[in-house]
Write a protein that binds this ligand. Structure first.
Ligand code: NAP
Length: 321
């Protein structure tokens, strides 16, 4: 059993920034960073699945997602953060200090006791589940137009989905691409009327209705085309696209907090007064509580906020006792 002042769950930009700040505040944070066994909860978060990052301030020549995460991790280590490769399986939020059970401990005993917790478990893009999908992320396949749209100048690309995200991505991508085809599995969009109108009026956007992407084709490790299937007729067709943006929704990684922390109807953790959750002493930052901005820089910013909130809260507790 280990005791801590603060435990940070998650090691994307939010968790690592919280680690840098709490470590510099002499709180000796323990970061439970997840396990590298599955892609969705790979330590380092979604940036481990990105290639080039060009919009993170301070890097005029860009850098690779994993490189940025490694830099942040080293920076946190330098000030005394400890990293644990494990997954949290359960949290007892009734006990004080809080008790955290992990995959690297006895399943029936808490591995850690901690006065405070920063939840930075992020969100994951829902994927199509196609064979070579994960290998092609960052090589033609993307889940973030703001991050990767720039690389598709004058190219012919596709967006999958019929919700607001898909249409927003498609509209953004028309700034760069020559043509954007929205592939939707029905003949009616789920997106809001205003987004539908904008997309329909954009001359660069075409729709492929009642269709799903069945296969991804690669050449030299990058996407070179896709095969779609008409779900009504079963007819397949090939499309020579060099970019495919998957925008079929996001899911926050909040399963272990269900029934404990207040959440929105879509499962994101609700925060007030900065990063405070519904339980005093537990704070949340990054994509796990933000379904709007979802950028590395905004996640990092809210990680900094959570660290400051924790530091002040611990100080107030010390004065109270
Ligand atoms: P969403 O509203 O759940 O839409 C997901 C879309 O993907 C739906 O059209 C769905 O098809 C399709 N889809 C789901 N699984 C699929 C699969 N396996 N294969 C193919 N297509 C699939 O998700 P979202 O667009 O990310 O939006 C989430 C929330 O954020 C919504 O409330 C949205 O309004 C909001 N949002 C707002 C804005 C804005 O206001 N600017 C921007 C982005 C998001 P079906 O329609 O057939 O189910």
């Amino acid at each position: 059993m280990h005791s801590a002042d603060v435990i940070i769950i998650g090691s994307g930009p939010a968790g690592l920034t919280a680690a840098i700040y709490t470590a510099r505040a002499d709180l000796s944070p323990i970061v439970i960073e997840g396990e590298p066994s599955s892609t969705s909860d790979q330590p380092g978060g979604q940036l481990m699945l990105t290639t080039e990052i060009e919009n993170f301030p301070g890097f005029p020549n860009g850098l690779l997602g994993p490189e940025l995460m490694d830099n942040m991790r080293q920076q946190a280590s330098r000030f005394g953060a400890t990293f644990v490769s494990a997954k949290v399986t359960r949290i007892d939020t009734d006990s004080r200090p809080f008790e955290i059970y992990t995959t690297d401990g006895d399943p029936n005993e808490p591995t850690y006791r901690t006065k405070s917790i920063i939840v930075a478990t992020g969100a994951r893009s829902i994927m199509l589940g196609l064979d070579n999908e994960l290998e092609l992320i960052g090589h033609g396949l993307s889940t973030c137009a703001t991050c990767d749209g720039f690389f598709f100048r004058n190219q012919s690309i596709m967006v999958v989905g019929g919700g607001d995200s898909a249409l927003e991505e498609a509209l953004f991508l028309t700034k760069f691409a020559q043509k954007v085809t929205i592939v939707h599995r029905r003949d009616q969009l789920r997106a809001s009327k205003i987004m539908q109108d904008r997309a329909r009026q954009n001359p660069k956007i075409e729709f492929l209705w009642n269709s799903v992407v069945k296969e991804l084709h690669a050449s030299n490790g990058s996407l070179s085309g896709v095969t779609t299937e008409d779900v009504l007729t079963g007819t397949t067709s090939d499309h020579a696209v060099t970019g495919l943006f998957v925008a079929i929704g996001h899911a926050p990684n909040t399963d272990i907090f269900k029934g404990q922390l207040s959440m929105t109807s879509t499962g994101y953790i609700e925060t007030t007064n900065g990063t405070a959750t519904s339980i005093e002493g537990i704070f949340a930052c990054g994509d796990v509580q933000d379904h709007i901005y979802r950028q590395a820089i905004t996640a990092a910013g809210s990680g900094c906020m959570a660290a400051i909130d924790v530091e002040r809260w611990l100080e107030s507790q010390a004065h109270a006792s």
